[in-house]
Design a protein around this ligand. Structure first.
Ligand code: ZN
Length: 527
């Protein structure tokens, strides 16, 4: 009895002391990771801007060493917490460690960096000219001469010739590393790391989006054939067609030089002041559409956007500014009641949610309120950009789903004929011949952003669902109250809640594809 009593007195005290020291070490560990990641993101930012002499290999190694320090990890793994915030933070930290062991593997990071460098240096030869990625994309999107478009589309194969086999090798390495460090496949591990816990649910959404939009998509293909006066549609007709829809006004109303001011005006209507946020914006030739770097949450955020034209550029910049608002406002405390932010909870946000916040801001462009006041569009023009956006999304989402399904299948068996696989997937979803699939490596995500593409599809779902909630609550005109709501329910959120919990608290429903499907199948501007 006395012994037992002694035990009861001593044991909790020992645990409490250990827990306090663990929590102090944990906070110090996250602060160290925050500093290392700031260096990592700054370096990646400089590399994306074209500094080919820089490398983030050494920093990635330091991050791995800091994250996987055995003594600390053992204590963290063994700890039992009652506070749900601490439990979530523990779960996300340990998950991050497994994924980082794979993604920061020395041989893999070296291979990926080599591929990325070649992607950045790549010049595509089209009709005797050497072109950058953005020039090629601009040509595909705007060139009237169909033969030139064909050549530009085919030129994407030049990148596959250069990087395709190395990307296959990276896939094989990631598979092997996942087998070494976890009991799940690389794809499943990554999906759950990105906040998608159920692959079946994801595939069911893909399937439902494809099925329910099929009649509208077939109508679109018929319309393109008729309006472009071609008998057989080719993949180089799709992007171009959408640029013909906004008639003469797109280039006049969506001017790259004015876009940042327009972001600021929309933001200020919602009560956000970009001049007071720690956000820096640069337009430059890069290997992707745009990126936002969370160098230090709430203190230093950098936006990088490619030199595209027209609405494509404006849309990308608005999307990136959604990320920037998120990284500027995100706040998750270390434990319930703490006022100290947790780096892990902030950086482990569900990827579809993160991308979804980009779409929440991008979709502002199309709301009649902002389209009229900020971009000066007439009501006919507002109808037109919404209908164009709908048709383009019908097509783009299928392209993204195809690329994502290709990627899942490629990770299932990377040794198969990847070009033939891509041909099958892309023709199935897009309904056009893919000419033996040699263009697959042009999608930069397969090399440096593995198992990322599905998040863009879910992001469209997030965006539509949030706008639906805004309509319900605030009506057609959004102001500072809507902005405060968005901030409180969404922009401050990191990884503490799951994607479904965030959506449920903010919109009343877990993530659903119904508002996206509704937007895709009903012509006319958003209500
Ligand atoms: Zn994004």
């Amino acid at each position: 009895m006395r012994v037992a009593a002694l035990f009861v007195v001593l044991f909790p005290a020992a645990i409490a002391a250990d827990s306090a020291s663990l929590q102090a070490d944990w906070a110090a560990k996250e602060a160290q990771l925050e500093r290392l990641y700031a260096r990592y993101w700054r370096t990646e930012y400089q590399i994306a801007r074209g500094d080919s002499k820089l490398s983030s290999l050494e920093i990635q190694k330091q991050i791995r060493e800091a994250e996987t320090e055995p003594q600390f990890l053992e204590r963290l793994k063994a700890a039992k917490f009652r506070d749900p915030v601490l439990r979530r933070r523990q779960e996300l930290f340990l998950d991050e460690v497994v994924v980082n062991r794979i993604s920061s593997d020395d041989a893999l990071t070296k291979l990926v960096e080599g591929i990325t460098t070649d992607e950045a240096a790549m010049r595509y030869s089209v009709g005797g000219k050497q072109m950058t990625r953005s020039e090629l994309n601009n040509l595909l999107g705007h060139e009237q001469d169909r033969e030139l478009r064909r050549q530009a589309w085919m030129a994407q194969q030049q990148l596959t010739a250069k990087t395709g086999e190395r990307i296959r090798h990276a896939m094989q390495m990631r598979r092997a590393l996942a087998a070494k460090y976890s009991d799940r496949s690389f794809a499943d591990l990554m999906l759950s790391h990105k906040g998608i816990r159920n692959r079946e649910q994801l595939l069911a959404w893909f399937d439902e989006i494809q099925r329910t939009t099929e009649p509208e998509y077939q109508k679109l293909l018929t319309q393109i054939r008729r309006e472009l006066k071609v008998e057989t549609l080719e993949p180089w007709d799709l992007d171009y067609y959408f640029s013909t829809l906004n008639g003469g006004f797109e280039e006049k109303k969506f001017v790259s030089e004015r876009a940042w001011d327009q972001v600021k005006r929309v933001a200020s209507t919602l009560g956000y002041d970009f001049d007071k946020l720690p956000v820096d914006t640069t337009i430059s030739e890069i290997t992707f559409g745009g990126g936002t770097y969370p160098i230090l949450y709430r203190r230093e955020v950098k936006i990088l956007v490619n030199k595209y034209k027209g609405l494509r550029f404006v849309d990308t910049l608005f999307h990136e500014s959604g990320h920037a608002l998120h990284y500027s406002y995100e706040f998750e405390p270390q434990s319930s009641g703490s006022s100290q932010p947790s780096f892990i909870l902030q950086s482990s946000v569900a990827e579809p949610f993160d991308e979804g916040l980009g779409q929440v801001i991008a979709l502002m462009i199309y709301r009649p309120q902002f389209a009229a006041r900020v971009f000066g569009l007439t009501s006919d023009e507002i109808k037109t950009i919404n209908e164009t956006y709908r048709l383009k999304s019908l097509c783009d989402l299928r392209g993204t789903i195809a690329d994502s399904m290709f990627e899942f299948a490629a990770y299932q068996n990377p040794d198969q004929d990847l070009a033939a696989l891509y041909d099958r997937m892309a023709s199935k979803y897009l309904g056009v011949p893919m000419h033996r699939g040699g263009t697959w490596a042009f999608d930069p995500f397969f090399s440096s952003g593995p198992i990322y593409l599905q998040s863009y599809v879910l992001a469209e779902m997030v965006g539509r669902q949030v706008h639906h909630a805004l309509d319900n609550r605030f009506g057609e005109h959004l102001g500072v109250d809507a902005g405060a709501f968005l901030k409180e329910k969404f922009f401050v959120r990191g990884g503490r809640l799951t994607l479904d919990e965030i959506m449920k608290q903010g919109t009343g429903e877990p993530l659903t594809d119904k508002y996206l499907i509704r937007a895709l199948v009903s012509p006319g501007p958003a209500e």
